[in-house]
Design a protein around this ligand. Structure first.
Ligand code: AMP
Length: 409
């Protein structure tokens, strides 16, 4: 299947080619015809599958079909500023000459500038929920002409407590609209939201619930709690494998700060991204990481959502995430769009239970790499092994199943 066979306009096909997209990803193959048809859709897909283009390309094409008029025609709501900015940048990559202007309405950025962008006339808004409500309340933002609503990473918006805000936004939208909802996982709460917000949606599932990215090889290193930092330094400094671009996850903001300072003191090129950092600081950190000027980025879960950096060679879970779904999101940062990646999780005895929860969710047992010098002898689940070769031997286990679209209830 090619982009042309998906009946996309030649200009859009050319824009894809210019970005190096040679053929559509599975979610693009399934979603583009549905979105073009005007139907509602639930896209159950992990990050890194190409879902942004899967909705932006057909939306741009649909907007091009009808005569342009002032007002907001498309509203994309995303959980984090980073994701919103990335979506805005993707829109600019694909937009046609005739496409409406796009504005990002996100927290931490100048309200005044956003107000001006709205006044100049933005037909496409890409927004985080809090700032969107701010504008709606203060400026009486008119959403009555919205034709397409996209709820991106809806599961995360739910986790972050955004749903009451989104419900208030929904009240202001016309009921005759197309709604597209994307979520990495389909929980009962997401199903309920879909039932109340979407009309007869088509469901496409690109990976099974909790499925890990296909190209990510995963390893767990049992470690004593007091040896975590030394093990991390050992891994990064002894370079058993090429740690080219590394994203390290900590559970807390303070943990991210601490680890980043330790790594910096050891002369690693490192930065951090978490909710206590200002928006310009986050953007600069992301830019340097993307540009290869920083090799290691330390991040918390929420701040890392939407980080779309090519060629992250390794995701290291310094702390095992509490929610197994977060593990799937985290490792989805590496091995994006078919590129190989590796995920390493440092597991203390106290975290072993959470690790088993992850294995249950993903349906995979994650290979343990035991390094006795770091206290890595605990747990009945440990299956000793030698340090893995690159690329990992178990990568073949990672399945991506596609489902034929079926109607959601
Ligand atoms: P997303 O899931 O939208 O965050 O996309 C993940 C990454 O895949 C982004 O860096 C996109 O630029 C890239 N991508 C999206 N579609 C394709 C494609 N058809 N071929 C190659 N890369 C793609």
């Amino acid at each position: 299947m090619s982009f042309t066979e998906l009946n996309l306009l030649p200009e859009l096909v050319r824009a894809c080619a210019a970005l190096g997209y040679t053929k559509p990803t599975p979610i693009q193959t399934s979603a583009i015809p549905i979105v073009l048809s005007g139907a509602d859709m639930i896209g159950c897909a992990e990050t890194g599958t190409g879902k942004t283009a899967a909705f932006l390309l057909p939306i741009i094409q649909r907007l091009n079909k009808t005569k342009s008029f002032p007002g907001i025609r498309v509203l994309v709501i995303a959980p984090t500023r980073e994701l919103a900015l990335q979506t805005e940048s993707a829109y600019r990559d694909f937009a046609l000459k005739s496409s409406p202007r796009c504005a990002a309405i996100i927290g931490g950025a100048s309200m005044q500038r956003q107000r001006e962008a709205l006044r100049r006339g933005a037909g496409v808004l890409i927004a985080t929920p809090g700032r969107l409500l701010d504008h709606m309340e203060r400026e009486r933002l008119d959403l009555s002409r919205v034709e397409v609503l996209v709820l991106d990473e809806a599961d995360r918006m739910l986790d972050m407590g955004f749903w009451p805000s989104i419900r208030r936004v929904l009240e202001k939208l016309p009921s005759a609209r197309q709604t597209l909802l994307f979520s990495a996982t389909m929980s009962p709460s997401i199903e309920k939201i879909a039932r109340t917000t979407l009309r007869d949606p088509k469901l496409i599932e690109i990976s099974r619930r909790g499925g890990a990215a296909k190209t990510v090889a995963q390893f767990a290193y049992p470690v004593a709690a007091e040896s975590k930092t030394t093990l991390l330094l050992e891994l990064l400094e002894k370079e058993r494998e090429p740690f080219e671009r590394v994203l390290v996850f900590t559970r807390t903001r303070r943990g991210a700060e601490r680890l980043s300072h330790i790594l910096s003191a050891r002369d690693h090129s490192v930065n951090r991204i978490h909710a206590d950092r200002t928006q310009p600081q986050r953007e600069a950190a992301l830019r340097d990481f993307k540009g290869g000027r920083t090799r290691v980025m330390v991040a918390t879960d929420i701040a890392a959502r939407g980080i779309d950096v090519d060629a992250i060679s390794h995701v290291i879970n310094y702390d095992v995430p509490m929610a197994p779904e977060d593990y799937v999101h985290r490792i989805g940062r590496s091995g994006r769009a078919g590129k190989p990646g590796r995920a390493i999780t440092l597991v203390t005895p106290a975290e072993e239970l959470s690790m088993r929860g992850i294995e249950r969710l993903t349906g995979q047992s994650i290979e343990r790499v035991v390094m006795p010098a770091f206290g890595g002898t605990h747990s009945a689940a440990v299956r000793p092994s030698k340090a893995p070769s690159f690329p990992g031997r178990r990568a073949a286990n990672f399945g991506t199943r596609s489902f034929r679209p079926r109607r959601a209830r």
